[in-house]
Ligand binder design. Structure first.
Ligand code: SAM
Length: 410
C-alpha cells in the first residue's frame, strides 16, 4: 500500500478491492487499477464465470425459460439407478421397487406397445373404410400409413430406476452381491437416452469413442447384445476409471471381450474405418451442470479458456471420426451434457456437410421425436431443438442437460 503512496480514500478503495476503484470512476488517475500490474488481481471463481457466460448465451437461446433452467442447474441433480444385469437382478429390482422407484425404460416400453396397438387398430379401421369406398386405393393407404415401430428403440434389456417426478429421494450407494459384483450404477438417468437411441441389436459391433469414466459403456453392456465392444478414451487416467467400473460391475469373461484403448479418437476413422454397426460419440463439452457447481476441473477456469474455445472443433473432429468408423447403413449417436447450440446442433450440421463434401458420405438425421412422447413422464424435453433431442433440467425432474442426435450413414 505504502509503495502505491496511497492516501486515505485511495487506500479505502483498494481495501474494498481494485474492482471498486475501477467502478468508482472518481478515483485519482494514479490509483486506478491496472490489470497488467496487479499481482493480486481478484480471482473470479470459475463457477461464476460459467454462470455469466450461460446467462449471456442461454438467455438468448431459451428466452423466458432460461430462469427456470438456471435455477434447476443450480439445484441438486437427480440420479437414476442402472440395474446391473450381471448381479442378482430379481433382488435388486425388488429392493428398488420397495423404495417406490420406477423402471422408466420398461414404463416407456409399455407405453410404446400401447401406442403401437392403438395406431395399428386405427390403421385397420382406415383401411377398412378405404376399401369400402375405393377398393383400388386401399393398397396405397396401406403403404403410406404403416406406423413406425415405436417400441424398437427401447426393446433393450436395460433397466433404470428413478423416483417419480417431484420426488427428490436419493438412492443409497450400490452394494456388492454375494459374488462381489455391484448391484446398480448411479448416473444421471438422462445419460441413458443416447444409449437407448443407439438401439444396439444382437451381434452389433459397437464403438464407444469417448468412453471414460464408463457409465454409457456399462449401459451398452447391459443390453447383452454386443458382438464386439470397443471402448476408447484418450485420457489414460480416465481409462483407468473405466477399467475400475468394468471390474466392479462386469464378470471377468464378459469384461475380457471389451477392447479398451487410449487413442486419440479423432484418428479412429483412419485406423478402423467403416467397421462398426453402432458408434457412440459422447464428446467432451462444457459440462454445464458441473461448470456452475464445481470449481474442481472446471472448463471455465482462465487457464482452460483456449481449450474451451476449441471444444466445438474437437467435437466436430470426433463426430467425423465416428461417422468414418461406421459401416454404410450403420448409425452414430452424438451426445453432450451441454445446452449450447454451438456444441450441439451446429456440430451436427457441420459434420453432415463435411461428410458429404469431403468424404462423399451421405448421412441423415434420424427422427427421435418419439423419445419425447415415450419419456415425457420422466424427463423434461426442449420443444424447439432443431436437430436431435435435448433434455432440460427442471426442478421436478432435475436430470440433464443431455443433448443427443442420431445420424444414419446412408
Ligand atoms: C463426456 S466424457 C465421456 C463420458 C462417458 N461416455 C461416460 O458415459 O462415462 C468425454 C470424454 O472424452 C474424452 N476425450 C477428450 N478428447 C478425446 C479424444 N481426442 N479422443 C478420445 N476421447 C477424448 C475425455 O477424456 C472424456 O473422458
Amino acid at each position: 500500500m505504502a509503495a502505491l503512496g496511497g492516501g486515505g480514500r485511495a487506500a479505502a478503495l483498494l481495501r474494498r478491492g481494485p474492482a471498486a476503484a475501477l467502478v468508482l470512476g472518481s478515483a485519482p488517475r494514479r490509483y486506478r487499477y491496472k490489470e497488467k500490474w496487479a499481482a493480486t488481481a481478484p480471482r473470479i471463481p470459475s463457477t461464476r464465470l460459467a454462470l455469466q457466460n450461460f446467462d449471456m448465451n442461454y438467455s438468448l437461446q431459451f428466452k423466458d425459460t432460461w430462469p427456470s433452467i438456471r435455477v434447476s442447474l443450480l439445484s441438486e441433480q437427480k440420479y437414476g439407478a442402472l440395474v446391473n444385469n450381471f448381479a442378482d437382478v430379481d433382488r435388486v429390482t425388488q429392493e428398488l421397487e420397495l423404495l417406490n422407484a420406477v423402471d422408466f425404460v420398461s414404463e416407456a416400453s409399455q407405453k410404446a406397445q400401447g401406442l403401437q396397438q392403438d395406431s395399428v387398430a386405427e390403421q385397420a379401421e382406415r383401411e377398412e373404410s378405404a376399401s369400402r369406398e375405393a377398393p383400388s386405393e386401399c393398397q396405397a393407404v396401406k403403404r403410406a400409413e404403416t406406423p413406425p415401430p415405436l417400441s424398437a428403440p427401447i426393446t433393450s434389456n436395460i433397466k433404470c430406476y428413478t423416483f417419480p417426478r417431484g420426488d427428490v429421494t436419493r438412492f443409497r450407494p450400490a452394494r456388492p452381491d454375494t459374488l462381489g459384483i455391484l448391484n446398480y450404477y448411479l448416473m444421471d438417468a438422462a445419460s441413458l437416452l443416447p444409449v437407448l437411441a443407439l438401439n444396439v441389436q444382437p451381434d452389433d459391433f459397437v464403438l464407444d469413442l469417448c468412453a471414460a469414466p464408463g457409465g454409457k459403456t456399462l449401459a451398452i453392456l447391459q443390453t447383452g447384445f454386443c458382438g464386439h465392444l470397443a471402448a476408447n478414451d484418450v485420457t489414460v487416467s480416465r481409462t483407468k476409471r473405466l477399467h475400475q467400473i468394468l471390474n466392479s460391475y462386469v464378470p471377468k469373461q464378459i469384461r475380457e471381450t471389451v477392447c479398451v484403448t487410449s487413442w486419440d479418437g479423432r484418428n479412429w476413422g483412419e485406423l478402423e474405418g467403416g467397421t462398426f454397426h453402432k458408434v457412440l460419440v459422447d464428446v467432451p463439452c462444457t459440462t454445464d451442470r458441473h461448470s456452475v457447481m464445481e470449481e474442481d476441473n472446471n472448463i471455465f477456469s482462465r487457464r482452460r479458456s483456449k481449450e474451451r474455445q476449441m471444444l466445438p472443433m474437437l467435437q466436430l473432429q470426433l463426430l467425423m471420426a465416428g461417422i468414418l468408423a461406421t459401416k454404410p447403413g450403420g448409425e452414430v449417436v452424438y451426445s453432450t451434457c451441454s445446452l449450447s447450440q454451438l456444441q450441439n446442433e451446429y456440430v451436427i450440421e457441420r459434420a453432415i456437410e463435411i461428410a458429404e463434401t469431403e468424404f462423399n458420405i451421405s448421412t441423415h438425421v434420424e427422427d427421435l421425436s418419439h423419445f419425447r412422447t415415450l419419456f415425457q413422464d420422466t424427463f423434461s424435453f426442449s420443444s424447439d431443438c432443431r436437430l436431435g433431442e435435448l433434455v432440460l433440467p427442471h426442478l421436478t425432474a432435475n436430470f440433464g442437460p443431455m443433448y443427443f442426435c442420431k445420424l444414419r450413414r446412408v
